[in-house]
Design a protein around this ligand. Sequence first.
Ligand code: SF4
Ligand code: SF4
Length: 386
Amino acid sequence: MHRVSVCRTPDYSSGVMERAVESHFQTLGLDSLLKPGMRVTIKANLLMKRAPDEATTTHPALVRAVVRSLKKRGVSAITIADSPGGPYTVQALDGIYAASGMEQVAREEGVSLNRDTGYQEVPNPRGKLVRNFQLIHPVTQADLVINAAKLKTHCMTGLSGGVKNLFGCVPGLMKPEFHYRFPEKERFCEMLVDLCECVRPAVTFVDAVVAMEGNGPSGGNPREVGLTFAGRNPYAVDVALCRAIGEPPASIPILRCAIQRGLCPAGAEELALVGDAADFSAVEGFAKPTPHKLDFSTNMPAPLRPVLLPLVRRVLTPKPVIQNNRCIGCGKCAESCPAHTIELRERKAVINYSGCIKCYCCHEMCPVRAISVRRLGLFTHKKDRR
Ligand code: SF4
Ligand code: SF4
């Protein structure tokens, strides 16, 4: 049975967070993974330049607590890393490290921030769709990878937790290439499971003290959950996260794939939940992302899916809409669009919908929330507009 440790973590104060992370270490017996002198990379979710209280990035208090627990056990060669959205450059990384609070953690705790933008091909014999990945150096060169994720909704994949966080092990603008290569949600999520099998983090921590609900992973709203999660199996951790947000694991395509491959159980009741909050229940009315509310694929009879799904998706799948009054013409959406279907006209972004594959990378990367995700016509509701 997969063990997932769940701790009450009501706030980000250092005492509270350190107690929770220590408890995860002890409950999961993580000492056996560690050896003095080993190189450990903490792969945080540093999607974009946002302050910690915006709930878009892994909170620095979780990363600091993990660093302290590692140092207590004699591990000091620690690097904090991620390949955020957009170009993978030292300048972009430095801006995000400063905004997300990671720069302060690294300076005060005496650990490194990754500034090596190199990457390397890694074979993936367990892959179903992808048999080798290009992965960033701090992941390929580490003796141990610790996954430090954030609980968020996600417009495309439904949930951003432990497994989705690993997409940031793929360097910079190679990420949109995967969206273009696998425009269908199911296949994209199979690719994410392949990636997780390739990276194989030793342990996954999830910051769910304040999660993001609504149109995540960057356009939603902070929501208090008051928990942290940890486990050796990232899929099992995500199954537990589903319970916290009141979502059946089978409605999350990454988990559908993982369950089919026998990588995790189909429900939290089949996990060994441990820790002081093992009896946690769902947060009431946790808001789902707009596209997820219109995902009919799980309700449709299997024989009809190949015929009906493309039609239903074409008509009903919400689309990204630029709000001109908010757009500052930065071009980040165009830069991250895998279909190259966005251009700037008179310093405003314009989408050519004929090429749009509804991946929502543009929505995810807009720094000023100028792109909403909207249902069409009769299905549009004010609540879906930001
Ligand atoms: S929509 Fe957002 S990301 Fe795109 S150009 Fe405007 S402000 Fe930048
Ligand atoms: S316009 Fe936005 S949703 Fe459409 S393909 Fe480009 S990035 Fe994806």
